[in-house]
Write a protein that binds this ligand. Structure first.
Ligand code: OGA
Ligand code: MN
Length: 197
């Protein structure tokens, strides 16, 4: 994973989560949805923040990182360890990270975009961990990663347990609509402490 990140700037690792971990999270995810913790996602930042179903159709939950749900704690510990490991081997100078849970209802996607906002430079490395049990290729919902010249580099099936990392500034990407609900833990490693631009 780190080798690929170093060589090409992105990586896809299947089986980063065990089936057991995935099963626990799937059940918890359903409960969080039943508790109505998710809200329609927004795009842009600050004054430009807007809800725009035509561009992205997911619902997100930015849970408080100071008090994360218990089921997520072991994963967040691993995300933090990953930050340390990436800094040790790739010298990206990652200072912090932020994550949220996302759910795309059937039919929803996210048009091609870059994760680094123009006015904000702290998002260095994007992370997506899929939480879908038994995902079939025919279910759709692939993540398409492009290079700066808009050549397609890869298509990732959002199969539960797969972890994707890519440099936030360098890779435009899009989420194709899926035939069933599509879940993930999505976040960013930052080169500044959280809350500082
Ligand atoms: C995002 C995003 C990709 C995915 O939330 O910015 O691009 O595969 N997500 O869910
Ligand atoms: Mn994105």
């Amino acid at each position: 994973m780190l080798e690929s990140l170093k060589n090409v700037g992105w990586s896809v690792e299947r089986g980063w989560l065990s089936h057991q971990d995935l099963a626990v999270l799937s059940q918890a995810f359903q409960e969080w949805q039943d508790e109505k913790r998710f809200t329609p996602a927004k795009i842009g930042q600050g004054q430009n923040l807007q809800q725009h179903g035509g561009i992205r159709g997911d619902e997100t939950w930015w849970f408080d990182l100071a008090t994360p749900p218990a089921e997520l704690k072991p994963i967040l510990v691993r995300v933090d360890a990953l930050k340390t490991e990436i800094n040790r081997t790739l010298f990206l100078g990652l200072k912090d990270w932020e994550v949220h849970l996302a759910s795309y209802p059937a039919g929803a996607g996210y048009k091609k975009h870059l994760d680094r906002h123009q006015s904000q430079s702290s998002r260095k490395l994007s992370l997506v961990l899929y939480l879908n049990e038994n995902w079939q290729k025919e279910d759709g919902g692939q993540l398409v990663i492009y290079n700066q010249a808009s050549d397609e580099l890869t298509r990732v099936n959002p199969e539960g347990g797969t972890l994707v990392l890519f440099l936030s500034e360098d890779f435009p990407h899009e989420v194709l609509p899926a035939k069933r609900e599509r879940r993930s833990l999505t976040g960013w490693f930052l080169d500044a402490p959280r809350g500082v631009l």
